[in-house]
Design a protein around this ligand. Structure first.
Ligand SMILES: Nc1nc2c(ncn2[C@@H]2O[C@H](COP(=O)(O)OP(=O)(O)OP(=O)(O)O)[C@@H](O)[C@H]2O)c(=O)[nH]1
Ligand SMILES: [Mg+2]
Ligand SMILES: [Zn+2]
Length: 317
């Protein structure tokens, strides 16, 4: 049998076949996907082959093969074990939810996320959620950020999952595609899924519990079929986002605005740090490239692995 993984708890996988049947599956023994060392060999979105076994009254599936992934989003986990985790596979696009405060999302987190998606050419749309809660000054800050990322080429939309502002727009972008919602815990991923498809009624954080920072409401990634020919993967909030398996020399290529200028650098292997006549650094000086982007870039190429955790607002529990 062949199916798509809709949910993964780490030991159990819910797999949906073409007929629309769901099977609870396990993995046969230990198996590794070539080249990828990750804590989860099978991720939501994977196409898997399995055999059905009946044990007593229970029917379970045993996964014995994973089809090659079109793409995936992978990150280094926050703890020091350097384990990597595949968040989801075979995506058409990702919506990264960003909030200014409650919780804060810092540019360095956004940039690490974008770079990983660029490496697999997965389109990312930035959704600035909770616009109903901001002061005029905060709205200006959102507009500034949106303009910064729009200039690079990313679509940015200000939304409110609770008032419904621009939710229709998001829906339209999802038709015919498999999308994922990602972002820190508490940014409103599950609330947005419910706003898009109210019948799903998935668990979100209660207002009374909002002060409980660092507690994830969604604990496992899960895919849902939507009524308008679309699929959405709701994911648990991520804290730091460590990039995986990238050479220092290639990181700049995943900053689209740096990549465009690379041919104008004096040295064709310029990594835009100490080299003379660097087009990226000139663009930075004359304001064409944002300092926040360059800072993120420097952090990544210096391999400041420990530093990506500074953007964690809620890790001290
Ligand atoms: N005012 C306002 N509150 C929102 C909005 N979107 C979400 N919230 C609230 O933010 C809180 C967190 O929302 P969730 O949907 O549980 O957040 P999540 O991103 O799924 O969090 P995790 O599952 O922990 O990763 C809830 O109390 C929501 O009601 C919004 O647009 N405006
Ligand atoms: Mg959630
Ligand atoms: Zn350069």
């Amino acid at each position: 049998m062949v199916g798509i993984v809709y949910k993964s708890t780490g030991s159990w996988y819910t797999v949906k076949t073409d007929n629309g049947d769901f099977y609870d599956c396990r993995i046969k023994g230990k198996f590794r996907i070539k080249g990828i060392k990750s804590t989860n060999p099978v991720a939501v979105g994977d196409v898997v082959h399995f055999q059905v076994e009946t044990i007593g009254d229970d029917t379970i599936g045993i996964i014995h093969e994973i089809e090659e992934r079109k793409n995936y989003i992978i990150r280094k986990s926050v703890n020091l074990s350097k384990q990597t985790h595949i968040i989801a596979a075979n995506l058409d696009q990702v919506f990264l939810l960003v909030t200014l405060n409650n919780p804060p999302t810092y540019p360095v987190f956004i940039d690490r996320f974008l770079i990983t998606a660029e490496a697999y050419e997965i389109p990312v749309i930035l959704l600035f959620n909770k616009v109903d809660t901001y002061t005029p000054e905060e709205l200006d800050e959102i507009k500034f950020l949106a303009a910064l990322y729009r200039k690079i080429g990313y679509t940015c939309i200000g939304i409110s999952a609770t008032t419904g502002k621009n939710v229709e727009k998001v829906k339209e972008m999802m038709v015919g595609k498999t999308s994922m919602f990602s972002g820190h815990s508490g940014v409103g991923k599950s609330t947005l899924v419910n706003a898009i498809e109210p019948t799903l009624d998935i668990k979100t954080k209660k207002i009374s519990e909002q002060h409980l920072q660092g507690q994830h409401t969604t604990t496992f990634a899960e895919m849902f079929d939507l009524s308008f020919n679309a699929r959405i993967i709701d994911t648990p909030g991520i804290k730091g986002f460590g990039i995986v398996d990238m050479e220092k020399e290639e990181i700049g290529d995943y900053f689209p605005e740096f990549f465009k200028l690379k041919q104008d650098c004096k040295f064709n292997n310029c990594i835009h740090v100490d080299e003379p006549k660097c087009a990226v650094k000139s663009a930075l000086e004359n304001g064409e490239i944002a300092w926040s982007r360059y800072n993120s870039y420097l952090q990544m190429i210096k391999g400041e692995d420990e530093n990506y955790r500074v953007d964690i607002h809620d890790d001290k529990k």
